[in-house]
Design a protein around this ligand. Structure first.
Ligand SMILES: Cc1cc2nc3c(=O)[nH]c(=O)nc-3n(C[C@H](O)[C@H](O)[C@H](O)COP(=O)(O)OP(=O)(O)OC[C@H]3O[C@@H](n4cnc5c(N)ncnc54)[C@H](O)[C@@H]3O)c2cc1C
Length: 369
């Protein structure tokens, strides 16, 4: 029997994984990418070292912006593609894991033992080539039409040397792997948005907001603290009213506050700023006397860093529109979604890449069946 014809939109982490999984399950795959090469964001991960998963992978490290909690969706996703599956998948591509531990975190951050993100990207593209996956770079999506026989006719413009040509193909399934709006300079730029409308996905889209980023405050105390890096505790109220806390090294600048604990909480600040002008970030720096902290102060935050400095986004396509067992969009046939386009954001520590691999793998496999 002839394999299905599948088009994957986006050659980032989740799109590459989806394409590989689909081809491994017998599909004929084309990956359409509007940049001139694959995996631009992947190359930047972990400062070029690629923190590709974590020993503590579990639903507790994932969050959603919409009212649908991440937990039950993530139980299914992480059961289908576990930490061990991830290690094995990359080991089969020649990437051996190295586990690193950091202060203030009991979990193990997993990196390739040799090389970094460029080796991970090379291994993925080599596997794609081995499987006969086709790539169309510098290709701008123009139309998606549902044909009478249930297939999708997709049209795009491809830059070819000095001119642009129009291309068209008919596909049994389409996998959307276009990422979020974080680091738009890498190609993840929300240009898929008009097609979300066309495909009926717009109603399930919450919008994107910066996460894993620095926070800005006009508090005059910041000019006094400017340049300091201090160990302490940060807390903020989340949208359900619970107080979220993180400990670690906090970095103070003249107008902003950053460091891992601040980045971890930035998603809650982004969510709070949707309905309010400021969000309160409480910072406590312990002193020599346990009764007397060196600093105990609430900084009013008026904005987060912009998308161009955010490591991921909170928000996306709400998970109640997607079947976690297959990653199929529930309200239109033949459409699958994966990666950061979905309304799931992970903590800092390898969780976002694990999510991209896991959802890409589920989407690719099921689109091909
Ligand atoms: C600086 C930085 C460091 C990070 N470090 C880590 C880390 O160490 N560990 C970790 O777990 N996570 C890390 N992340 C987050 C992680 O990189 C992302 O969560 C992950 O890459 C998301 O994968 P994705 O496939 O959903 O999207 P992306 O990797 O963003 O891929 C989306 C692809 O779709 C393409 N595209 C978009 N729109 C269109 C369109 N209309 N037509 C055609 N193509 C399109 C884009 O060009 C891009 O190639 C980091 C992020 C940044 C920015």
């Amino acid at each position: 029997m002839q394999g299905k014809k599948i088009i994957v939109i986006g050659a980032g982490a989740s799109g590459l994984m989806a394409a590989i999984a689909a081809a491994e399950h017998g599909a004929e795959v084309l990956v359409l990418e509007h940049m001139s090469s694959a995996g631009r964001k992947l190359l930047l991960t972990g400062n070029g070292r690629c923190n590709y998963t974590n020993t503590d992978i579990g639903p507790q490290h994932y969050h959603s912006l919409g009212e649908v909690p991440a937990d039950s969706f993530m139980q299914v996703v992480l059961h289908a593609f576990t930490y061990d599956d991830c290690i094995l998948f990359f080991r089969q591509l020649g990437i051996e894991p190295e586990i690193r531990h950091y202060r203030f975190d009991d979990t193990g951050y997993v990196y390739p033992s040799a090389g970094g993100s460029s080796e991970v990207l090379k291994a993925l593209t080599a596997r794609a080539e081995e499987l006969g996956i086709q790539f169309s770079f510098e290709s701008v999506l123009r139309s998606i039409v549902l044909s009478e026989n249930g297939t999708r006719t997709v049209g795009w413009h491809r830059r070819n040397g000095g001119h642009t040509e129009y291309c068209e193909g008919c596909y049994d399934a389409m996998i959307l792997a276009t990422g979020s709006n974080a680091y738009p300079q890498t190609g993840s730029d929300s240009s898929i948005y008009p097609f979300l409308k066309e495909l009926g996905l717009e109603k399930s889209f919450t919008g994107f907001y910066p996460a894993l980023c620095a926070l800005y405050s006009k508090d005059p105390l910041l000019s006094e603290l400017h340049g300091k890096r201090l160990d302490g505790c940060v807390s903020v109220a989340s949208d359900d009213g619970t107080i979220r806390r993180e400990a670690g090294e906090i970095q103070f600048n003249a107008h902003s506050i950053s460091g891992i604990p601040v980045m971890q909480l930035s998603r809650y600040v982004s969510a709070a700023l949707r309905g309010s002008d400021t969000a309160d970030l409480k910072i406590m720096i312990p002193g020599a006397d346990p009764e007397k902290p060196a600093l105990d102060h609430v900084f009013p935050i008026h904005r987060t860093a912009g998308f161009e400095r955010a490591q991921c986004c909170t928000g996306g396509i709400r998970t109640d529109a997607v079947d976690p067992h297959t990653m199929r969009f529930l309200f239109s046939p033949g459409i699958y979604l994966c990666g950061e386009l979905l309304d799931i954001d992970g903590d800092c520590g390898g969780y976002n890449l694990h999510f991209a691999w896991a959802t890409g793998w589920i989407a690719g496999r099921n689109a091909a069946l």
